[in-house]
Design a protein around this ligand. Structure first.
Ligand SMILES: [Zn+2]
Length: 169
């Protein structure tokens, strides 16, 4: 299955995840690291949450969905919205679709996930006191994000969900 996966011509940058990892559909992970006037976001989410499927894109319709998802995931400030007063902009966005989880020989199970890395700069970083998760409006199958925040050497974990799509710092 691995060679079939790598044979995809649409996203040659795809990489295979370490075997043994697993994910829970509906739940993604978001890391937020503050540093000076910047913060970085690191998103890992099952492809099922974004696309509704995790098999390889086989049809034109599948491929269009993948392309649309990557396009949407490339706009972090449309998904994870800081206050306007902070005057933030995205410096970089890097989105990949990867195979995920252990795949036994001959297994029919196939999992994949999106990974995205973003760098955000803000003119008034002090105003970033919360983030609104438009993400849940954009991706109807996503239910929850486990958020890991790192700031000034301290780490905190929060659960942000469709029911409470906001996070205050
Ligand atoms: Zn999966």
């Amino acid at each position: 299955m691995k060679h079939l996966f790598l044979a995809s011509t649409l996203f040659p940058a795809m990489a295979c995840a370490q075997p043994g990892q697993s994910h829970v559909h509906g739940t993604g992970q978001l890391g937020i690291t503050f540093s000076g006037a910047e913060y970085s976001l690191s998103l890992t989410v099952p492809a099922a949450d974004i696309l509704g499927f995790e098999h390889q894109a086989e049809t034109d319709e599948d491929r269009a969905l993948v392309a649309g998802a990557i396009s949407a995931l490339s706009e972090p400030l449309d998904l994870f919205l800081p206050p306007d007063e902070a005057l933030c902009f995205a410096v970089s966005a890097n989105v990949t679709l990867s195979q995920a989880g252990a795949e036994a020989e001959g297994s029919q199970e196939y999992h994949s996930e999106f990974r995205a890395e973003y760098q955000i700069q803000c003119q008034v970083i002090e105003e970033v006191d919360h983030i609104r998760f438009i993400y849940f409006e954009r991706f109807q199958r996503a239910d929850k994000l486990t958020v890991f925040i790192e700031s000034a050497g301290a780490q905190k974990t929060h659960n942000v969900s469709r029911a409470t799509p906001s996070l205050s710092f």
